[in-house]
Design a binder for this molecule. Structure first.
Ligand code: KIV
Length: 301
């Protein structure tokens, strides 16, 4: 039986039944395949790929071209999960047309929806994308594309006034037509306050349990992030990074010790052919290869 793809209606159904949506990031074909097989409902191809996949210092350094490579790999893998493409910095802010073109390129590459950061100030762009027929997820709270304005990776919505500002932004996004809002790095009480007053699906990453589903960056969950950022809200479910490093160390040890490849890794020969080749090895002169490459060009006198 073909797998039924998760849609916005499926996600609304989960909320109606008080079931949480499971949401992770993925950027490559194998990870997205494993997440999809595991029954994850939503995959975000986040601009966090800048740090997780490319070793860049922040999300500000990744552009549409790189994001599209990751998006195509993930959408090829996702049979069931709803795939959201994260619009990178300056791919939607400059104009409605830029926003529609960028979001349209993600949808053409197989995304079910796009995500953009900001509240009231991006509401016009959201409306333009929604009017073009594109499902849009908003992103409020800690919005890494505005890190300069926020003063770093800081928890947001820590006072009633800040919670009310978040709510006003959520309302602006809802009026602009988003199907959902992602809250990042806000206290659980603030997230509950916003969600209880918002008519769209509200997901959280570091926003506590009172939301419609949980997002975690897969590298944080799997333990293969190379870098310094270690959010408090992450629970680690594997140590993939150390497992991979250990496997490379074991391989290096075996190669250096001459243990790999063993007979079981070699192609067999018909015994008669093997005997002929073995004899030829012994009887025909072998070419002596230099142990060190000789310089192709003589040094000038
Ligand atoms: O890029 C990303 O992975 C994100 C999450 C941190 C919310 O935007």
């Amino acid at each position: 039986m073909p797998t039924r793809k998760v849609t916005v209606a499926t996600l609304a159904g989960l909320k109606d039944r008080d079931e949480k949506a499971v949401f992770v990031t993925a950027y490559d074909y194998p990870t997205a395949t494993f997440a999809d097989r595991a029954g994850v409902d939503m995959i975000l191809v986040g601009d966090s790929a800048a740090m997780t996949m490319l070793g860049l210092p922040s999300t500000l350094q990744i552009g549409m071209a790189e994001m599209l490579v990751f998006i195509r790999a993930v959408t090829r893998a996702a049979q069931r999960a709803f795939v959201i493409g994260d619009l990178p910095f300056l791919s939607y802010q400059p104009s409605d047309e830029t926003a529609i073109r960028s979001a349209g390129a993600f949808v053409a590459a197989g995304c079910d929806a796009v995500k953009c950061e900001g509240g009231a100030r991006v509401a016009r762009r959201v409306r333009a994308m929604v009017d073009a027929g594109i499902a849009v997820m908003g992103h409020l709270g800690l919005t890494p594309q505005s890190l300069g304005q926020l003063g770093g990776y800081r928890v947001q919505g820590k006072s009633l006034a800040a919670a009310e500002r978040l709510l006003r932004d959520a309302e602006a996004l809802e009026r602009a037509g988003v199907f959902s809002i992602l809250l990042e790095a806000v206290p659980a009480e603030t997230a509950a306050f916003v969600r209880e007053r918002t008519g769209v699906l509200v997901y959280g990453i570091g926003a506590g349990p009172h939301v419609d589903g949980q997002l975690v960056i897969s590298h944080d969950l799997l333990g293969n992030f190379v870098g310094e950022i270690a959010p408090k809200f992450v629970k680690r479910y594997a140590e993939v990074g150390s497992a991979v490093e250990g496997a490379f160390r074991d391989y290096a040890r075996d190669v250096r010790a001459g243990v790999f490849p063993g007979p079981e890794h070699c192609y067999p020969l018909d015994p008669a052919d093997e005997a002929l080749i073995r004899t030829a090895r012994k009887t025909r002169p072998a070419r002596r290869l230099p142990s060190r490459p000789t310089p192709a060009v003589e040094a000038a006198p």
